[in-house]
Write a new protein. Structure first.
Length: 338
């Protein structure tokens, strides 16, 4: 009977580990594939290659690297409960984790500022948002991300006794400072900028921004807060209470909830944007060998971007069934001409 109970317990434990591994693997697959698709859309669609979308591409590259370089090892540690790769690689893994998560958050912050300027200063926007300034912002994002990750972690500032090691030990001061510098300050700035955008949108909706863009901004900010607020709040509380060994179960839940934001970003910033939706459909139509004849506009005010000479937005939705309809029309024209 004792062996039978042990066997049942082992089977249940093994089943739960397999289910956990499959779930986390699906999340990794969605993160990697979704962000690759964003980059392919911009590369394949000339109309999407504008200065504003540099931030979205940077965000997609960041989230892709997180899914490819960090999440597989996070899954290994989460499923097995052990780190078999040694102390040196552990610190590299933690540094990459902190760097890419920080870069993802700062890219979201940069996108919010870009939306703020396009709404509050639409006429000056082409003069304010120049390629070299966007490049400087992106360089700053990555320098800050490296500065709060590789430098302090490899100096041991993230551990209580300031030694470089791979045990579950938290430096409360580092946790609080990191949370305020890389999350709470950007969050306050994002809330302020989106609040300004909403106020202006209410008074000048027909001239500046549409309800669709307001919904997109609200969804993006809401997803960001839902995914990352529990993680940073948890570790801030742990730091204030001077606890260096947080509960592993709670730590795992809030950590993977934050990781999930990298899988949501390509969905939110592309499917809620008409130009990216059209680019998706265009890629699918190319794969199916159908003709569309619809061009992607260079920039549209409705989706929060504006070029120097922005054309009228294209309102044709390029869905797979649209491709079939276009083929039928072409076939009918051919028959009529014959």
């Amino acid at each position: 009977i004792l062996n039978y109970k042990k066997c049942i317990a082992f089977c249940i434990d093994m089943t739960s580990q397999i289910a956990l591994a499959v779930t986390l693997s699906v999340l990794i697959l969605l993160t990697v594939s979704g962000n690759i698709l964003v980059c392919l859309d911009v590369y394949a669609t000339r109309g999407l290659r504008n200065v504003t979308n540099c931030y979205i591409v940077s965000l997609a590259i960041t989230d892709f690297l997180l899914g490819a370089l960090v999440l597989p090892f996070s899954t290994l540690y989460q499923v097995t409960g052990d780190w078999p790769l040694g102390a040196h690689f552990c610190n590299i893994y933690i540094s990459l984790d902190v760097m890419l998560c920080t870069a993802s958050i700062l890219n979201l912050f940069a996108i919010s500022l870009d939306r703020y300027f396009v709404v509050t200063a639409p006429l000056r926007y082409p003069m304010l948002v120049l390629p070299w300034r966007v490049g400087a912002v992106l360089a700053t994002i990555w320098l800050v991300s490296v500065g709060v990750s590789f430098v302090p972690i490899h100096l041991g500032w993230n551990t209580r006794d300031l030694s470089v090691q791979n045990i579950c030990q938290l430096n409360p001061t580092y946790a609080v400072v990191d949370a305020f510098a890389t999350f709470y300050l950007p969050l306050v700035a994002m809330c302020w900028s989106y609040h300004r955008v909403f106020r202006i949108a209410r008074t000048q909706a027909k001239r500046i921004i549409s309800m669709r863009t307001m919904v997109m901004l609200a969804v993006v900010l809401g997803a960001f807060m839902v995914c990352w607020f529990p993680y940073f709040t948890f570790f801030t509380i742990m730091g204030i209470r001077n606890e260096d060994n947080p509960p592993r179960m709670v730590q795992s839940v809030v950590l993977w909830l934050g990781y999930a934001n990298s899988a949501l970003n390509p969905v939110l910033y592309t499917t809620l944007n008409r130009d990216f939706r059209s680019a998706y459909a265009k890629l699918l139509c190319k794969g199916q060998g159908c003709k569309t004849g619809t061009r992607i506009p260079k920039a549209t005010m409705e989706d929060g971007t504006m070029g120097e000479h922005a054309p009228l937005p294209n309102r044709v939705g390029l869905l797979p069934r649209t491709c079939v309809l276009l083929q039928e029309i072409d076939n009918r024209k051919t028959v009529d001409s014959n």
